[in-house]
Ligand binder design. Structure first.
Ligand code: 2IT
Length: 445
C-alpha cells in the first residue's frame, strides 16, 4: 500500500525547489490513490516512483546575438518525461522566469493529457528563460535558430516532437523548423504547429480553444444544458483565448472578457466578430499582452490590475497560465452564479479553488482533459506528416470533435458520482493513470 503523505514527503525531499511539480503530482495522486492501492501490481512495480521521475532531462546553453551586436546567453531544457505510449510530445515555453520545476510539472501533466487523446503520444515539455517581449523579428529568429542548433541533437519524429506554448507560436516554430531542415536535410515534421505551407495541419492554431468548447458542450449536455446563450468569462488573450472566443460565438454563446498582464477587458457586446479575432491574433504576435489596446479599439471597458472573475457569468474559461485562478476568485465566481469552469490553461486553478468549485456544485474540468485538443491536433499533424498527406478542415475538425467527446466519455466512465454528477478531476486522472501505468507494466522495466 502506498501511503500518500509519505510518498509526497519523499518527493518533496527530492525536489525541494519545484512547488508546481509537487502540486501537479499531488493533484493527480490525491484523486486516485484508492485506485492505485486497489491494484497491488502497481506498488510491486514501483509505478508511482517511476511515473514521477522523468525519463531524462536535457539542459543546454543558448547563445545568440542581439540587434546591438551583443552576445546573450540563456538556459534551456527539454524534459522527456514518459514515452510509454509514444514519442515524447509537448510544447515549448519561452518566458523570462521559466524554471525546470515549471517544465517538470508541465511534462508530467502532458503525459496524462496525451494519454487521454487516444493517440500514441508520450509526454514531454521544453523551453527557455528567454523573454520574447520587445524583441525584434531578427532577434527572435537568431534565438530560435540557436535554440534548435542544440535541441536537434535530442529530438526526432519518432523520438520527441516539440510544439509551441507560451511565448512560442507559429513564427517561432517556423524559424526552428527552418534550422532543423538546414541541419538534417529532412522533412519529417519533427515539430508541430507548423505553418500549413510546410507541413502544418489545418486548424492546429484553433484546436486548443475549439477543443475546450467541444469538451464544454459535452459537460453541458451531461447536465441537460446547452451552450447557446451562455455568458462566458475568459482570461488571457493568446492562442487559447482566441480559439475559445471564436468557437463559443460561432455556437451562440457570448465571451465578454479577456485579460492581459496589466488588467482585464469587459466587452459587453462579446468578442464575437472576425475583426475582433483578427485584432487578437495581431496582439498575440506582438507579445505585449496589452489588452487595453483592444478596449480602446472596440470601445470596451478596461479594468487595470484586476482579474476578470468578478464579472457575472455562466461559465469561466481560464486561458492564461498556471495557478491564475485562486480560492478568492473561485468564491467570487460561485457567488456570481458561475456553474461551469473549463480549465483551458495548464493547472490554471489552485488546489483550493478546484476543491471549492467541486464542493459547490460547479462542473469543473481540469486542463489535462479540457485543453487536450491542442496536442490532439498536433498528433493529427504528426499523422499527416508521416503519410505525406493533408486532411481538409472538415476532416480535422471531425477528428478533433470525436477526440474531445471520447475524453469526456473517459472522464464520465471513471468519474461519475453517486449523485449523478461527474468528478472530472478524478475521471481524467484515473483514466489517464490507468492507461499510462498499464502500458508501462506491459513494457516491463
Ligand atoms: O500544453 C499543451 O498541451 C501544448 N502546449 C500543446 C502541446 C503540443 O505538443 O501540441
Amino acid at each position: 500500500m502506498y501511503d500518500l503523505e509519505a510518498f509526497m514527503k519523499e518527493l518533496q525531499r527530492k525536489n525541494p525547489d519545484q512547488p508546481e511539480f509537487i502540486q501537479a503530482v499531488r493533484g493527480v495522486l490525491s484523486s486516485i490513490i484508492d485506485l492505485v492501492n486497489g491494484n497491488p501490481v502497481y506498488e510491486k512495480n514501483r509505478i508511482l516512483e517511476r511515473m514521477t521521475e522523468p525519463d531524462r532531462i536535457l539542459q543546454f546553453r543558448v547563445e545568440w546575438e542581439n540587434d546591438k551586436g551583443e552576445l546573450e546567453v540563456n538556459r534551456a531544457w527539454r524534459v522527456q518525461f514518459n514515452n510509454a505510449i509514444g514519442p515524447y510530445k509537448g510544447g515549448t515555453r519561452f518566458t523570462k522566469d521559466l524554471t525546470l520545476g515549471t517544465l517538470k510539472f508541465l511534462a508530467f501533466e502532458q503525459t496524462f493529457k496525451n494519454s487521454l487523446t487516444t493517440l500514441p503520444m508520450g509526454g514531454g515539455k521544453g523551453g527557455c528563460d528567454f523573454d520574447p517581449a520587445g524583441k525584434s523579428d531578427r532577434e527572435i529568429m537568431r534565438f530560435c535558430r540557436a535554440y534548435m542548433m542544440e535541441l536537434q541533437k535530442y529530438i526526432g519524429p519518432d523520438t520527441d516532437v516539440p510544439a509551441g506554448d507560451l511565448g512560442c507560436g507559429g513564427r517561432e516554430i517556423g524559424y526552428m523548423y527552418g534550422m532543423y531542415k538546414q541541419i538534417k536535410t529532412e522533412n519529417t515534421g519533427v515539430l508541430t504547429g507548423k505553418d500549413m505551407s510546410f507541413g502544418g495541419s489545418i486548424l492546429r492554431p484553433e484546436a486548443t480553444g475549439y477543443g475546450a468548447i467541444y469538451f464544454a458542450e459535452e459537460m453541458l449536455k451531461d447536465r441537460g444544458d446547452k451552450l447557446e446563450g451562455k455568458r462566458i468569462a475568459i482570461s488571457g488573450y493568446g492562442n487559447v483565448a482566441w480559439g475559445v472566443a471564436k468557437k463559443a460565438s460561432q455556437l451562440g454563446a457570448k465571451v465578454v472578457t479577456l485579460s492581459g498582464r496589466k488588467g482585464f477587458v469587459l466587452d459587453e457586446e462579446g468578442v464575437g466578430t472576425q475583426e475582433k479575432w483578427d485584432f487578437l491574433e495581431a496582439l498575440r504576435a506582438s507579445n505585449t499582452g496589452n489588452v487595453e489596446a483592444y478596449a480602446k479599439r472596440f470601445g470596451a471597458k478596461f479594468f487595470p490590475g484586476e482579474k476578470p472573475w468578478g464579472v457575472k457569468c455562466d461559465m469561466a474559461f481560464p486561458c492564461a497560465s498556471q495557478n491564475e485562478l485562486d480560492l478568492a476568485d473561485a468564491k467570487t465566481l460561485v457567488a456570481g452564479g458561475c456553474k461551469y469552469v473549463v480549465e483551458s490553461s495548464n493547472m490554471g486553478d489552485t488546489p483550493e479553488a478546484t476543491e471549492y468549485f467541486q464542493s459547490h456544485g460547479v462542473a469543473f474540468a481540469p486542463g489535462k482533459a479540457a485543453n487536450a485538443g491542442g496536442v490532439a491536433c498536433s498528433g493529427l499533424e504528426m499523422s499527416q506528416d508521416a503519410m505525406h498527406y493533408r486532411w481538409s478542415a472538415a476532416e480535422v475538425d471531425e477528428k478533433l470533435h470525436e477526440i474531445m467527446q471520447s475524453i469526456h466519455k473517459a472522464c464520465v466512465d471513471y468519474g461519475r458520482r453517486a449523485d449523478g454528477t461527474v468528478d472530472y478531476v478524478r475521471g481524467a486522472n484515473a483514466a489517464s493513470f490507468k492507461h499510462v501505468a498499464d502500458t508501462m507494466l506491459k513494457l516491463g522495466y
